[in-house]
Design a protein around this ligand. Structure first.
Ligand code: SF4
Length: 247
């Protein structure tokens, strides 16, 4: 463990758990083989649970980046637009191998027009640093909905359904090697499966041909720091999967 690794772990508040568990420190020491990729049409996790259709991915992107950004900027297609300051499109490397997807803008994001700023954003940056990634450098960050829901409530199904095509277009343009869904809303919206986040963790899912891993939303980790160790396990799985994907 080098000094930088130790610093990152302490920032993530993972260091003590890490030592107790004997978890390897470097991204290189992540498990050699990822979990098997699930099929594109996932089975219900629990019998009797409602199953949503997996979000439709566009066959090809019909808009270029400038057109897509303008469309989102001008969008008033759902009721969220009336209550937000501005749309929050996404940020990062438009050719990134890594795509991190959250739920929707909060107050800080709404004010600044960028996803994952504020305390949750700092934690996400620390999570990225822990696996030797950096915002904007081979990393793109976006949300399921582009406008802030009032009082930071969870986006409603009709709002998600209306906004999701924008994210799908972003995915088609970026062509990431791996998607990391941050939190239940991002995971269930992309996978089309209404179930618990816990049941989706630990598996390499498939989003229309792009592998997808599920972990906790940084805002949740701020409220539940004990789960940071589990988030680290998910990140290790993501690093391992990316290594496999890159051969
Ligand atoms: Fe449009 Fe999405 Fe904003 Fe709704 S949340 S107004 S669909 S950009």
């Amino acid at each position: 463990m080098n000094i930088r690794d130790e610093t990152v772990l302490r920032e993530l508040n993972l260091y003590p758990l890490w030592v107790r568990r004997g978890v390897p420190v470097t991204a290189e020491s992540a498990p050699a083989s990822p979990a098997p990729i699930e099929g594109a049409r996932p089975e219900p996790a629990v019998s009797g649970e409602p199953v949503q259709r997996q979000a439709e991915a566009p066959a090809t992107s019909t808009l270029n980046w400038a057109e897509l950004k303008q469309q989102v900027h001008d969008c008033t297609a759902c009721k969220l637009r009336a209550g937000c300051t501005q749309t929050v499109f996404g940020v990062g490397d438009e050719k990134a191998e890594w795509l991190f997807v959250g739920e929707g803008p909060g107050a800080d994001e709404d004010a600044q027009g960028e996803p994952f700023v504020g305390q949750a954003g700092k934690l996400l940056d620390n999570m990225l640093a822990a696996i030797k990634l950096k915002r904007g450098d081979n990393v793109y960050i976006a949300n399921i909905v582009k406008c802030r829901p009032p009082n930071n409530r969870t986006p409603e199904p009709d709002e998600i359904a209306t906004c999701l095509p924008y994210l799908q277009q972003q995915i088609a343009l970026i062509k990431p090697k791996l998607i990391v869904a941050l939190g239940k809303t991002a995971a269930t919206s992309l996978l089309g499966r209404e179930t618990t986040l816990g049941s989706l963790r630990g598996t390499l899912h498939d989003f229309h041909g792009t592998p997808l891993i599920v972990t906790y939303h940084p805002a949740y980790l701020l409220r539940s720091p004990a789960e940071k160790a589990h988030a680290w396990e998910d990140l290790q799985q993501a690093v391992s999967a990316m290594r496999e994907l890159k051969g």
